[in-house]
Design a protein around this ligand. Structure first.
Ligand SMILES: [Zn+2]
Ligand SMILES: [Zn+2]
Length: 624
């Protein structure tokens, strides 16, 4: 081996240059002389490289780099400056191969930063001088036992990834698992260099690239982008855009700088496709400008999926009218911004996914006329509903001549109270339809609103007329309930006092009190002007009327005296739920549960002419 007398066995993880220096020392030669000698030998017999042997396959790679040093800015192997871990050097007594990788800046074992100077005199350590374990300048031991500085966590992460790749280990970050050491180095170097010098036109040309400080900066910036993938990359790209000062410039090359070219052009191998994909996804998410259709670097899919489009393009893709998309963008229903082009033209661009979300609604929006037809109201009423916020409109208030864009959902919501109510053939005398009510009521605007609100929140019940499509104009209400609602002075307009309830039911107040006490009618106590007042919801009053019936009403419909009725019913096995003789539910008036038995009795004995219970109603009677 190189014609030397003393042979020295290398370690499996020993640095080639470190070994040559150790070998030189054993033979009382200069390490530099030996390095030159080995270069010469490799040059003469490039195939054999005998002195390296078979021990460490990596040495062949390094030997060729020693023979013909690469001119790349930061090659995989750093053979100029020496780096070491003082503690490892002390414990093992030789230089580690792994420290010679350009992006290795810390010791995985001790989690400390490596060192590339003499700690005692500050001399920069390189391979041009003979060194084994002490400083060539001051002679101080390089090994140390008191290294306590903590390595940066990001750097440590990337160095560990490099180490596992280097040792062909398996515990790697999933997105980097397929990369070889050199591939990981190339990617990390490019990301780290571009991110370290975001404003440079040639960020890969680095001064003093072999120094630990430079490697450390690049390693840290690369790790920040690679570690929390792809979030780290996105943050890194954002930072580059901000630092380049082109945050709002919509030319990829200008905004992102050389990183874009480096990843898409220089790293064209399949191994880096995941990085290109991540940048494409970043652009889909955050690039707020249209991408040229014939963008040569981006995948066709990325352009097709790109989210920022001109208004016209977005409208045609969503099958919408351009004016509709413009209006939605104008009022902020679709994300949009103005884009200035270099020729001075300013165009509005919209974000397609925000348009996608509402596209169906925009497409199905109708004008006032159609909404009026669907609701069974006049156009004037529809406009009233829009202004009162009952109907959701899209694209804001239309300019003169343009139609309103009324959302279908709002129309459906207004029709919902009647969507599953019973249908009836004709309106009874005790009932009134919405259109009849509007025709005969004074102060119709406020009544319209009051009735509509009460119907929507379920305060008053609705029936539907057959063949009416359940439109609002055909809704049928109980007159008595409508009267109560309109006479009610309660603030919420959906609750009434006992006096009002008694008047509504056509009974004395004591009867209502008894029914409230028996909890047959639900009520609650509220303080109004400092006085406790019992209030009954109209819906609860109506629930009572649906579930129970008073003797007087039954007598009326059976055309008999109340006294006779009570005994006739009890003879048929139908007992009153409460009444004057009831011990459990005493009440001045008899009342019955509307049981199926009672209904059957009524069907059998009822007087065919309907009775009218509200002779004192505020609305004129309407014959049907
Ligand atoms: Zn160490
Ligand atoms: Zn020194």
């Amino acid at each position: 081996m190189l014609g030397l007398l003393v042979k020295v066995n290398p370690y499996s993880d020993e640095s080639l240059l470190g070994y040559l220096h150790r070998l030189a020392e054993a033979n009382a030669l200069s390490g530099v002389f030996l390095t030159d000698l080995s270069k010469l030998e490799m040059h003469n017999e490039p195939g054999s490289q005998n002195f390296i042997g078979e021990l460490n396959v990596r040495w062949h790679e390094i030997a060729s780099e020693i023979a013909a040093p690469p001119t790349r800015p930061m090659p995989l192997w750093n053979l100029r400056r020496r780096r070491f871990c003082g503690r490892c050097l002390g414990e093992k007594g030789y230089w580690n191969l792994f420290w010679d990788l350009s992006l290795v800046t810390c010791c995985i074992e001790h989690k400390t930063p490596l060192c590339d100077i003499c700690r005692h005199c500050g001399k920069k350590l390189d391979w041009s001088e003979h060194i084994t374990l002490s400083c060539p300048s001051c002679g101080d031991e390089l090994a140390s036992t008191d290294d306590t500085a903590k390595a940066n966590a990001d750097e440590l992460w990337l160095v560990r990834e490099l180490q596992i790749a280097f040792n062909a280990g398996s515990q790697r970050a999933p997105h980097l698992r397929h990369l070889s050491t050199i591939e990981l180095h190339e990617l990390a170097f490019r990301l780290g260099a571009c991110s370290s010098n975001p404003r440079s036109r040639k960020p890969l040309k680095i001064a003093d690239s072999a120094s630990l400080a430079t490697a450390s900066r690049i390693c840290r910036n690369a790790a920040a982008m690679l570690r929390h993938w792809p979030h780290g990359l996105e943050q890194g790209l954002d930072r580059i855009r901000t630092e380049r000062g082109h945050g709002r410039v919509w030319q990829l090359i200008v905004a992102l700088g050389p990183i874009y070219k480096e990843i898409f052009d220089r790293l064209s191998d399949q191994a880096y496709q995941f990085a290109r994909d991540a940048i494409e996804r970043y652009l889909l998410d955050r690039w707020e400008a249209p991408l040229a259709l014939r963008h040569r670097r981006l995948h066709a899919n990325a352009i097709a999926e790109h989210r920022w489009l001109s208004v016209g393009e977005a409208a045609s893709r969503m099958d919408l009218k351009l004016a509709v998309v413009s209006r939605a963008a104008q009022v902020g229903e679709v994300k949009c911004r103005n884009q200035a082009y270099s020729n001075g033209r300013v165009a509005r661009v919209v974000e397609i996914s925000s348009l996608q979300v509402i596209a169906d609604k925009l497409r199905s929006a109708v004008g006032v006329e159609e909404a009026a037809r669907k609701l069974g109201l006049s156009k004037k009423r529809v406009v009233q509903l829009i202004h009162a916020g009952f109907l959701k409109i899209w694209g804001g208030k239309p300019q003169s001549g343009a139609p309103w864009l009324i959302g279908q959902n709002g129309i459906q919501d207004l029709l919902r109270p009647a969507s599953d109510v019973p249908l009836q053939k004709r309106i009874k005398n005790t009932q009134i339809s919405f259109s009849q009510l509007m025709r005969c009521a004074a102060r119709e605007d406020s009544i319209f609103k009051k009735i509509l609100i009460a119907s929507l929140n379920g305060t008053i019940g609705i029936s539907g007329a057959e063949n009416s499509e359940r439109r609002i104009c055909d809704w049928i209400f109980e007159r008595i309930i409508v009267e109560s609602l309109l006479n009610s002075t309660s603030t919420s307009a959906s609750e009434i006092g006992v006096v009002e309830a008694a008047r509504t039911l056509g009974v004395k107040q004591e009867v209502v009190y008894a029914l409230v006490q028996q909890q047959v009618i639900k009520s609650r106590i509220r303080k109004i002007n400092g006085r406790e007042t019992r209030l009954i919801r109209l819906s609860d009053l109506e629930a009572f009327r649906k579930k129970y019936v008073f003797g007087r009403e039954l007598a009326n419909s059976l055309n008999c005296s109340p006294k006779y009725l009570t005994s006739a019913l009890s003879q048929s096995g139908i007992t009153a739920f409460g009444g004057p003789t009831s011990t459990t539910r005493p009440c001045r008036q008899y009342y019955w549960l509307r049981s199926s038995k009672l209904e059957a009795y009524l069907a059998q004995h009822a007087n065919p002419t309907q009775c009218n219970l509200t002779k004192s109603g505020v609305f004129p009677e309407i014959e049907n």
